[in-house]
Design a binder for this molecule. Structure first.
Ligand SMILES: NC(=O)C1=CN([C@@H]2O[C@H](COP(=O)(O)OP(=O)(O)OC[C@H]3O[C@@H](n4cnc5c(N)ncnc54)[C@H](O)[C@@H]3O)[C@@H](O)[C@H]2O)C=CC1
Ligand SMILES: [Mg+2]
Length: 341
């Protein structure tokens, strides 16, 4: 009876599925892979793999382009057979998505294997993520960022922080379990607020000592435990530049893999026109100042290389479009120019 009931349910859910959009079906499939170890193990045999070596993604340089190759399961098998314990390597992979046709995508870090062997087999090279994100096609950057973050999380959560016992990942890599205590660990992101402060006609951009020369960005800061986004915006602006936020507006968000895994929550904030004197916290920032519209528009046109002047000084430039700070600055320019029109 139970078997008949299950068959009816399966048929019903298959019928319902047919009416779902491609997106819904894809999300449901990914969720099934996360929940069902045997389904996911089977998926590994037909999936594609994005490779990393000590958290650096594998890229291929073709002409002036950098491609992010997807290695087929068969190709993966062929390469791993060159090393010992080939089968065990596939088990280290983590699920990072799937195509509209439900071909699952995995990420795999081959850090303990000889890098040069893999590079020459696959004709490419493992490239530092900070470089990779800015040279690959725009659609591939978020994928590389989230894949690396997930691999990093697994690498640094091998043991239970309560019992000290090893933790085991599920096949998809969506969690790790300590079988001694029953504690389940899920991949984490730290919420960070990034705020573009404006006084109505100028915007405030700052430099941290670690930024590349000449680059200015919006103010950023990790959320403290218990804070909401508004409280973090107000606190960070007060801490870093000594100003009081009057009002703020959410703009967009982005996952950011540095220093480990941040959820960047981007906001515009307004301070009173009469209270714009900056009192910079020099422990965190090396410069913070107001920029007018013209200076921001000019800065957006500049690239790191083109910011150097003949006398060696640097003109300001801003984060590239892959960073959400860029989007905030663009939005501010658009809003200012629409006000002027
Ligand atoms: N995608 C983008 O456009 C941008 C991204 N960012 C990212 O935002 C992050 C945070 O910005 P900051 O101004 O550096 O933050 P911050 O102003 O809160 O200062 C960083 C300090 O906060 C402390 N901290 C508190 N919680 C932390 C946590 N969960 N992880 C690490 N450190 C923590 C540490 O002492 C650290 O040195 C940066 O790591 C950076 O990668 C920053 C600007 C632009
Ligand atoms: Mg900060």
């Amino acid at each position: 009876m139970a078997a008949v009931y299950q068959a009816v349910c399966r048929r019903a859910s298959a019928l319902i599925c047919r009416f779902h959009s491609t997106y819904v079906r894809k999300m449901r499939y990914l969720n099934d892979l996360k929940e069902d170890d045997s389904l996911c193990r089977q998926a590994q045999t037909s999936g594609t793999f994005y490779l990393f070596h000590n958290l650096s993604p594998f890229l291929q340089e073709v002409g002036k382009q950098y491609l992010v190759p997807q290695v087929s399961a068969a190709e993966m098998k062929r390469i791993l057979e060159k090393f010992k314990e080939a089968e065990q390597w596939i088990e280290k992979s983590v699920l990072i998505g799937c195509s509209d046709e439900h071909v699952p995508h995995f990420a795999l870090d081959l850090g303990a294997l000889e890098k040069s062997v893999i590079e020459s087999e696959l004709k490419g090279s493992f490239t530092n993520l900070r470089k990779a994100l800015f040279v690959v096609d725009e659609k591939d950057s978020p994928l590389l960022a989230s894949a690396q973050s997930l691999l990093r999380w697994h690498d640094s959560h091998q043991y239970c922080s309560k019992t000290g016992q090893p933790t085991q990942k599920n096949v998809a890599g969506s969690k790790r379990v300590c079988h001694a205590s029953g504690i389940i660990y899920y991949p984490q992101m730290s919420p960070v607020v990034i705020t573009l402060v404006s006084d109505g006609s100028r915007c405030l951009l700052a430099r941290q000592p670690s930024f590349p020369q000449g680059m200015y960005s919006a103010l950023s800061g990790f959320c403290d435990i218990g804070e909401n986004v508004e409280q973090t915006v107000r606190r960070e602006v007060a801490e870093e530049v000594g100003l009081e936020v009057e009002s703020f507006q959410y703009s967009a968000s982005q996952h950011w893999p540095f220093p480990s895994s941040c959820l960047m929550i981007a906001c515009h904030a307004l301070v009173r026109e009469q209270q714009t004197e900056i009192s910079m916290n020099s422990l965190e920032l090396e410069e913070a100042r107001w920029f007018d519209l013209e200076e921001v528009v000019e800065g957006l046109k500049r690239e790191p290389g083109s910011s150097k002047q003949d006398d060696g000084s640097l003109l300001p430039w801003f984060p590239p479009k892959q960073a959400i700070a860029h989007q905030l600055i663009w939005e501010w320019v658009k809003q200012q120019t629409s006000q002027l029109a």
